[in-house]
Design a protein around this ligand. Structure first.
Ligand code: GLN
Length: 494
């Protein structure tokens, strides 16, 4: 087995035992990148020189028997909406095509501090608006399981990178599904942590009451290791939670005896692909065999989730994106006067979906429509939050499908925004409620494509999610090493 096929935990062990060096790990992953990135198109920017320096420094320090973090020397990729000092940060937008931030995002500081080589910045939907990575202003990223299909979005580059063995770990952001949906479509594991668990300082804002940063990896243990690194209080993000960071990785291995699990009726809907529904029921049965108690539960306001999200997120986006005016940041068009400078800059700098969101958001916040749209959506959000609070009085974990279908074809939903929006119908309500939610592989569809199951817990209960996921990994037949998708299935054969 090649090093690039190993999990982060396996690499960490081998590195700590000095059986391999961080430079060897770096070489294995970068060769893999050379081999597959021309086909998948994951990276907007590669930062291999600085990553190699980090790896070499880790090796030197380890030779001197310095005490290092277990993930020192384990490579990582980050979505291109995290600010990186001196490195282009584009948000996959023409607007920020040549923007070089003067500082690092909090999560980037943390990765650097412990010596994780950052291999590059991954492709995404422009400003994280989308579900397929097709909204990137630069190029589309392909799904490693089938090159004619999307990897999901908006963190599609990060998900494809892990699935294809280009990195063992990646970071994404999730506003309404952007970590979990691509994780499911690429056959890997991805966590949206509790709102406020991870500092967003230096994350380019989309919708601030929803944005959250989280890990993508091959399995739950790897996700928990990366969450331990990035979680924690940060005074520079006013929504940051003060709670201490538990040792999440200790959760894997605990029993499920007596854990109460609710099967969300709305997320195994009759409208979903029947094989996905079946896969989720099969996984639920496995949880039951392992001592959990399973009952069906309804989150009755789920039907209104999508409409509420597509008013709240665009409203916040419309105000967050007001700063891109051609004066303070990024792209600037010529104009005869200040108004034409603003409108030409924004007209040329933003893509179609971003403009659509800005228009919806501006409309819903405008005098005369505010009560009917934005305020109404906020009331729905409260009802959805209450659905969860009520459910968590009786259940520890809620489960359902991550997506209604496996990965769709490139271009299939590109002309129909509503169809595209519906692809994260299972991911929206968790985000509105601010609760942690994990997508894990749920086996393969008869088409050969991966399917995902989503597990959700009450705020700050990420550990429970890892615990259940680890039990399922142990007893289900889905291959944990799905990142070798390109070689294993033959579908995406290069
Ligand atoms: N697909 C959703 C959207 O387009 C979610 C995006 C996200 O989580 N960043 O808004």
């Amino acid at each position: 087995m090649e090093l690039y096929q190993k999990t982060a935990a396996e690499l960490s062990r081998l590195l700590q035992d000095k059986e391999i060096t961080a430079v060897e790990v770096f070489n294995s992953f970068t060769e893999r990148i050379d081999e597959v990135d021309p086909h998948l198109k994951v990276f907007i920017t590669c930062t291999l020189d600085s990553a190699l320096e980090t790896a070499a420094a880790v090796d030197r320090r380890r030779m001197e028997n310095e005490e290092l973090h277990p993930l020192a020397g384990v490579p990582v990729a980050i979505k291109d909406n995290f600010c990186t000092e001196g490195i282009k940060t584009t948000c996959a937008s023409k607007m920020l095509e040549s923007y070089i931030p003067p500082y690092d995002a909090a999560v980037v500081e943390k990765l650097k501090r412990i010596g994780m080589p950052i291999l590059g910045k991954t492709n995404m939907d422009e400003f994280a608006m989308g579900s397929s990575t097709e909204n990137s202003a630069f190029f589309v990223t392909r799904n490693p399981w089938d090159l004619e299909r999307v990897p999901g979005g908006s963190s599609g580059g990060s998900a494809a990178a892990v699935a294809a063995g280009m990195v063992p770990l990646a970071l994404g952001s999730d506003t309404g599904g952007s970590i979990r949906q691509p994780a499911a479509l690429c056959g890997i594991t991805g966590l949206r942590p509790t709102y406020g668990r991870v500092s967003r300082y230096g994350l380019i804002a989309f919708a601030s009451s929803l944005d959250q940063i989280g890990p993508l990896a091959l399995n739950a243990l790897d996700c928990s290791l990366l969450l331990e690194v990035i979680a924690g209080y940060d005074q520079r993000d006013s929504t940051s939670l003060p709670h201490e960071v538990p040792q999440y990785s200790a959760a894997a291995g605990r029993e499920l005896e007596g854990v109460r699990i609710g099967l969300i009726e709305e997320n195994i809907s009759a409208n979903f692909d029947p094989e996905i529904k079946f896969a989720v029921l099969k996984m639920a049965a496995l949880l039951e065999e392992n001592g959990a108690r399973i009952t069906e539960v309804s989150l009755p306001h789920t039907d209104y989730g999508l409409s509420a999200y597509y008013l709240i997120a665009p409203s916040e986006a419309a105000s967050n994106l007001g700063r891109y005016d051609g004066v303070r940041y990024g792209y600037s068009a010529d104009g005869d006067n200040i108004i034409s400078l603003f409108s030409r800059t924004r007209g040329q700098g933003f893509g179609a979906e971003v403009k659509r969101r800005i228009m919806i958001g501006t409309y819903s916040l405008s005098a005369g429509y505010y009560d009917a749209y934005y305020l109404q959506a906020m009331k729905v959000r409260t009802l959805i939050r209450r659905d969860y609070e009520k459910a968590f009085q009786n259940f520890d974990i809620l489960v359902g499908a991550t997506t209604p279908t496996p990965a769709f074809k490139l271009g299939e939903k590109a002309d129909d925004p509503l169809k595209m929006y519906l692809s994260d119908v299972c991911n929206i309500t968790d985000a509105l409620a601010g609760v942690p939610s994990l997508s894990i592989p749920a086996g393969l569809h008869s088409s050969g494509l991966p399917m995902g199951m989503q597990l959700t817990a009450a705020p700050l209960n990420e550990g429970l999610l890892f615990q259940a996921a680890a039990v399922l990994e142990k007893c289900s037949d889905s291959p944990p090493q799905q990142r070798t998708a390109l070689n294993l299935t033959g579908r995406g054969e290069l």
